[in-house]
Design a protein around this ligand. Structure first.
Ligand code: GAR
Length: 219
C-alpha cells in the first residue's frame, strides 16, 4: 500500500523538494496527495505544481481562531485521504483539532537539536549561545511548541566564522536527509512510540562508541 501524505508549507519548500525527490527516486513508497500552504505565492507551491502535485492555499487570516483554521486543514486533508501529515517549514502553531484528527500522524522538522532552542530564529540563538554543535530534529507534533517525541536528529559543527545564513544552510542540508528518512521509516511501519520514546523496529545499528567533538580532540 502506498502511504498518502499531506505536506504543510509556508515558504521555500526545500524540504518538500527533498521528499518529492526521494519519492520519485523510489526510495520512499509514498505519494504526496496534497501540498497545503497558509501563504499564497510561496515557492513551495511552484515546486509542487512542477511535479503535478495538488495544491491548496488556506490563509490563516481568514479564520477567527487557530482551531477554525485547523478544522479547515483537517477537512482538506481528509478529502485527499491523507494518512500522514508532514509539516515542512509550516510556520503555524497547530491545535488539538489537527492532532486529534491525526493522532501520532503529524510530523514536524525543526532546525535545532531539541529540546534546545524551540521556537523561531533558532540558528541565531544557537550561534549567540556559542554552542559547538547545532542540527535538526524530526519529531511527532504535540500540543506544545516543537516538543513532541523525537524520531531522528542530525548534527553539524558550528564554525567560528559562521553567520546565521551559513549555519542555516549547513543544517538545511541535513534536514533534506533526515526528513525523507523519517517518512520512509514511517511508511514501512517501523516507527514505534512509547511515551516520549520513539523506536525503530527492527533497529538501525549505530556504532556504540561513536562520537564527534568540536573542536577535534587530538590527544
Ligand atoms: C527549515 O529550516 C525548517 O526546519 C524550518 O523552516 C525551514 C523551512 O525551509 N522550520 C521551522 O523553523 C519550524 N519551527 P524549507 O521551506 O526550505 O523547507
Amino acid at each position: 500500500m502506498t502511504l498518502k501524505i499531506g505536506v504543510l508549507v509556508s515558504g521555500s519548500g526545500s524540504n518538500l523538494q527533498a521528499i518529492i525527490d526521494n519519492i520519485e527516486e523510489g526510495k520512499i513508497k509514498a505519494e504526496i496527495a496534497v501540498v497545503i500552504s497558509n501563504v499564497s505565492g510561496v515557492y513551495a507551491l511552484e515546486r509542487a505544481k512542477r511535479h503535478n502535485i495538488n495544491t491548496e492555499v488556506i490563509n490563516h487570516r481568514d479564520f477567527k481562531s487557530r482551531e477554525d483554521f485547523d478544522r479547515k486543514l483537517v477537512e482538506i486533508l481528509k478529502s485527499y485521504n491523507v494518512e500522514l501529515v508532514v509539516m515542512a517549514g509550516f510556520l503555524r502553531v497547530i491545535t488539538k483539532v489537527l492532532l486529534d484528527a491525526f493522532p501520532m500522524r503529524v510530523m514536524n522538522i525543526h532546525p535545532a537539536l531539541l529540546p534546545a532552542f524551540p521556537g523561531l530564529h533558532v540558528q541565531k540563538q544557537a550561534l549567540d549561545y556559542g554552542v559547538k554543535f547545532a542540527g535538526c530534529t524530526v519529531h511527532f507534533a504535540d500540543e506544545g511548541v516543537d516538543s513532541g517525541p523525537i524520531i531522528i536528529q542530525g548534527i553539524v559543527p558550528v564554525l567560528d566564522n559562521d553567520t546565521d545564513e551559513t549555519l542555516s544552510q549547513r543544517i538545511l542540508k541535513v534536514e533534506h536527509r533526515i526528513y525523507p528518512m523519517a517518512i520512509k521509516l514511517y511508511s514501512e511501519g517501523r516507527i514505534k512510540v512509547s511515551g516520549r520514546k520513539v523506536y525503530i523496529d527492527p533497529p538501525l545499528k549505530i556504532e556504540e562508541g561513536s562520537f564527534l567533538t568540536n573542536p577535534p580532540v587530538d590527544i
